[in-house]
Design a protein around this ligand. Structure first.
Ligand SMILES: Nc1ncnc2c1ncn2[C@@H]1O[C@H](COP(=O)(O)OP(=O)(O)OP(=O)(O)O)[C@@H](O)[C@H]1O
Length: 209
């Protein structure tokens, strides 16, 4: 998947969050979207995900050499973000059965295999509401990382993770990269985006905004 951002701007009321943001997110690369709290990282990710309209500019998607309409982006997307909720009444295995019908896992990986990769085997019959915040984050990450999608968006991926959890994230984000999968990480924590080859600094698009 390739995404071209062309002169993107987003305004809330009279306030421009960023303006004239242009960048080509190339297939196979990992790009860090950087900026302090409130800079507009999540806003940019929502626009790239096709979930929020820009106030100005446009986003073009290409998959397998063909233009992809924005309406088809959700199917190609795995998204992990602090504001995306998990269905708390499901047990882990129920959630996986439901989720993987919509977002199949990478070929060869079963739900039971993913549970093991996430170190959540003991919790497989437990409702999600009983999970700790770190367990929930590992689950959200596991679902996104191991979905068979050419676009992976990770908003502040180490939220609620301890040092072991962060090491787990770094190991697995490296494992799931492929030649055409596009990875975009929004962050202001160097440890979670050090592997990214490219960077977009939102503050570069705020002068005069
Ligand atoms: N629905 C909304 N209505 C009005 N303002 C909004 C809305 N969503 C976001 N904003 C504002 O847009 C700005 C950017 O928010 P955003 O969440 O994109 O920043 P961020 O860089 O992801 O922040 P953080 O690092 O704190 O998560 C903030 O000033 C926020 O208050």
């Amino acid at each position: 998947m390739q995404i071209e951002a062309l002169g993107l701007g987003r305004r809330y009321g009279r306030q421009w969050i960023f303006r004239e943001l242009s960048h080509v997110f190339r297939p196979g690369t990992a790009t860090a979207v950087l900026g302090p709290n409130g800079a507009g990282k999540s806003t940019l990710l929502s626009i790239l995900a096709g979930q929020l309209l820009p106030t100005s500019g446009e986003v073009r998607y290409t998959l397998g050499g063909r233009a992809l309409p924005v309406a088809d982006v959700p199917r190609q997307l795995a998204y992990c973000a602090p504001y995306l909720e998990l269905p708390e009444d499901f047990t882990l295995l129920e959630l996986l059965a439901f989720h993987t019908r919509l977002k199949p896992l990478r070929p060869g990986l079963t739900a039971a295999g993913l549970v093991e990769l996430m170190y959540l085997t003991k919790a497989r019959h437990q409702p999600i509401r009983e999970f700790s915040s770190g367990m929930k984050q590992r689950l959200k990450l596991g679902l996104a990382l191991y979905a068979a999608t050419p676009l992976l968006l990770l908003d502040e991926p180490t939220t609620n993770l301890d040092a072991t959890g962060t090491a787990w994230y770094l190991e697995h984000v490296a494992r799931v990269r492929t030649a055409d999968r596009l990875v975009i990480v929004s962050s202001n924590v160097p440890a979670e985006y050090a592997f990214c080859e490219a960077q977009v600094r939102i503050t570069d698009y705020q002068r005069g905004a």
